[in-house]
Design a protein around this ligand. Structure first.
Ligand code: ZN
Length: 159
């Protein structure tokens, strides 16, 4: 699915939010979530302001949109972002079940500005044993119990 002319104004808004965020002391990232042609929510990078390394523009937009619609699913929505989603935000978009993601700048633009997006994509493409941060398995006896409890819970909310 390619981008359409109708995407450009929403993308322009996301880019404007990103640029404005720099003037406000934040990171150069902005995002917009739209469903059925209507704006659901916007987001700006809040990492340094909130001391939250996960407060990327896409994540803050997803959180705001879900709060507004009262649902953990954003099915049918489009996420517009000023820059190609990093692995965190790409995963957040998948978890939120958005219909599509449209971005303006890419991981190479972000790398030029000193951000790790491209580096993390390259990291995920490598064997985890080569990562600078060890991610190791220790399968304790109760490891599977949470999933057993989940599967046994007939009142659970699947997602
Ligand atoms: Zn991100």
């Amino acid at each position: 699915m390619s981008a359409a002319a109708s995407d450009a104004p929403w993308l322009d808004l996301a880019v404007r939010l990103a640029t404005e965020n720099v003037a406000a002391g934040g990171g150069p990232f902005g995002a917009v979530i739209v469903r059925d042609g209507a704006l659901l929510a916007t987001g700006q990078n809040r990492v340094t302001r909130d001391n939250d390394p996960t407060a990327h523009a896409e994540v803050t937009a997803i959180r705001a949109a879900c709060a507004i619609v009262g649902d953990f699913s954003l099915a049918g929505a489009t996420l517009y972002t000023s820059c190609e989603p990093c692995p965190l935000c790409a995963s957040a978009a998948l978890w939120a079940r958005v219909e599509r993601v449209v971005f303006a700048a890419d991981r190479h633009d972000a790398a030029r500005a000193g951000f790790d997006d491209r580096e993390f994509y390259e990291l995920f493409a490598r064997d985890r044993a080569t990562w600078p941060t060890p991610v190791v398995e220790l399968r304790v006896e109760a490891a599977a119990e949470p999933f057993d409890a989940w599967l046994a819970d007939t009142a659970r909310t699947d997602y």
